[in-house]
Structures are given as structure tokens and as C-alpha cells.
Design a binder for this molecule. Sequence first.
Ligand SMILES: [Zn+2]
Length: 445
Amino acid sequence: MMTSAVGGCHCASFLTTHLYSINMKRNIFITMISLVASLPFTPAFVNAAPGKNTPKRSTLTESLLILRNAWVLDVNKGKFLVGKDVVVRGDKIIKVGKAPRKLDRAKVLDLTGSYIIPGLIDAHVHVTAHRSNNMENTYKHLEYFLRHGITAVRDAGGDGASLLKAQTEIREGRKLGPDVYFSSFMAGDLYYNRGQGLRKEPYSPWEQRLVPGDDLDKAIASAKACGATGVKLYHSFDKDFLPDVVKAAKRHDLKVWGHTMMYPAKPVEVIKAGVQVLSHVSMLETMKTDTLFYRRTTPAAYKDSVIAKLDITEFCREMKAHHAILDATLCVSEKDKWVFPLAKRVHQQGVKIVAGTDQIVDLKRPYPRLVDELDYYIKEAGFTPAEAIRSATIVGAEVLGEEKNRGTIKAGKKADLLVLKNNPLLNIRALEKIEIVIKSGKIVK
Ligand SMILES: [Zn+2]
């Protein structure tokens, strides 16, 4: 994916053309409203009869939703709790256990035999074109995510103004989509100018060039003011300047996300600088010394043997010591088969991995790429299905700094829930068919 030191990866620059080519095709997109109307599966709503325990007046205005008698995933333990009720008030889960038989103004769904898991998080998406974005297209992609069970996304680089707009419209209920978290994309001078003075002042709060001597507090404050949750440190940072940028971001309470290789800062230097989430396991390839690796004629078996000999001990040790998370993005590297055993070794060393796809969604696909990403984790990288689900729920929430509010099913957390007919711990492909999607306590599918 990263074929030269300054070649843009699938991120920013790639996007503009790709999104527009998608946009050129006529996508048959069913709006959520018509979708709900035509659903083959109609949830059995039962209005509970008024009971003695009449709720206080203030709670009457908030809808109560009871998901009755389901198998409920304990994300951390990696197993289903049998025959539990999940009680939702407003946008929050208020109880997991046994709900009263009768409750005023409650919608009750009998989910006997069904499975409930938290809404999924894709921790690496790009839903806007980098420049001159098309909002309609962005909304189509976001609706697709939600319709397929992805209730939060981290956008790892794009048009911040459009992302803020989408975030706001969704939050305020005018558009349907996952909760959108996004980054301010930052790179050094080499990335922008490639040493040729091509582009001196590209910059907006969500796309910045940083060089030593810049007022970093000002730069980071503007990133924060544009609504970003974190910075995405992409390229052209060395090991001396990188820690300054990281510290500035942390001073302003922004998350620090970045590439595993920063050209010239190497993976271990990136961790030691304090970057919290490192994207692309494939970039560990840069720790090799072999010079034939990227020759066009180099056989795959030779590459496999080079990667098999790669010493990742220090990288894994530092990742764990710094509580850093690896955003593996196997989907985007699936043609380079050597990434799979590499991801497996990193996982076996106990490094925390988050699920992100870094893929543009083909809206005609029956299920999102995130399902493939998790399937790769299980089939190729030695994850248990429970570990794979964790990587797309609670670990995703940690990446967003939202672990207190999302990612597991318990009282006090946001009611982003998926109802499945089949057990995803037996076959992760159960995620391809989601019966009900609940976002912020509302049934959207
Ligand atoms: Zn990306």
C-alpha cells in the first residue's frame, strides 16, 4: 500500500477520485424510511399495560424500550448471558438483567432465541472526498454503515467541514448514520512539498502542515476547534519533532492517532513519542533490512520469508508498555498475504488491535468490509470470535476515548445495540445479517 516514502496511501489523496467514481455510478440506495417500511422482519411491538409502578413524570417523556429474554453478549468475558432483558430509556441502557413484567409506556420486543451485541465501530474510514466534498455521497456511505450495524466510525482523514456537518446532522437526528468522530490530518513539509516547493500553504484546521518552529498550541487549538477528536499524524515527522506534536495534542486533550511509520520516525520511535493508535500493520515491513522486498519481480514466497524473520519483539513490547493500540487494517492489505502472519504474531504477543477497514464502501455490497476484517482476524490472525468482536466494540471505543460510554452492554452506556438471529461467537459471518439495529435507543432497522 505504501510503495514509496512519500506516496500517499489509500487515505486522503486516493479518496477524491475514488469517491467521485462511485458517485458517478447510480447507486440504488434505499432510504431508511422506505427501508423500515419494507422490512421483511417486523419487530413485534407490544405496548405494556399500565402497571402500579407508574414512572415519575419526568421519565414519562422518555421512551422505554425493553429487549426481552435475549442472549446478551458480555464483551469483556467473551460469552453470552442467557435469558437477559436489556432495558433502554432514552438513549441509554439502564438495566441488563430482569425487567419488570409490566411497565408504562414501554415498547417490548420479545427476543427469545436472538443475540444482542453492542453496535460495531469501524475505527478507520474515509467518508468524504478530501477537497470539494459531495455531502450527498457522504450521507449515503454513513447510512450504509448504520444500516449494517456500524454505530460509530472514526474518520482518519478527510474534509473536516463536511465531517463536522455530518456529525452534527446525525447527532441532532436530521440524518441517519453512525456517530462520526474525525481527525485533523497533519504531516510534515516533505509530504506536502516533496522537497520541490509544490504546495506551500495547503492548510485548514483539519489539514495542516507542521514543521519545527511552528506554534503547535495554535495549530492544535485550531484542530480542536474544528470538531476533531484527534490528530492523525501521517508522514514526514522525525523522532525529535514528533514528541513535541504529540505533547501539544495531549495538552489540548486531543487523541493522538497516526501511521505506524512516519518517514523518517520508525515504528518504535512512533510509540515512544506517545502516539496512542498506530495504523497499518503492513508498515512494520519498514523495519526489515532486505532491499529486494519491493522489487516487482520478487516472489511472494521470498517476501513471506523476509517478514517471517522480522524481529517484532521490541515493537510489541513498547506497544504494550505504552498501552498503544494497533489499527491493523488487514482489508486494505489483503493482496499482500504476508500481512496475515505478521498480524498473527503481533496479536500473539498481546498487542491490542482495533478493527478498522480503511476502505471505501461499495454501497451495493450486502454487508460492510468490517465483517471481512473481523473474519481475517479469526481465520488468519489467530483471534477468537470474542476477541474479534472486542476489536470492533470496546477497543474501538477506547480509540475514540469513549470506553465509558460505548463498546459494551451495561447500565449507563449508550444504547447502540444489534440483534442477530445467529450466534457470532460460533460464526462471525452472523454479522452479515442483522435483524435489528438500535442507535441511541431508537430502532433504525
Ligand atoms: Zn486511511
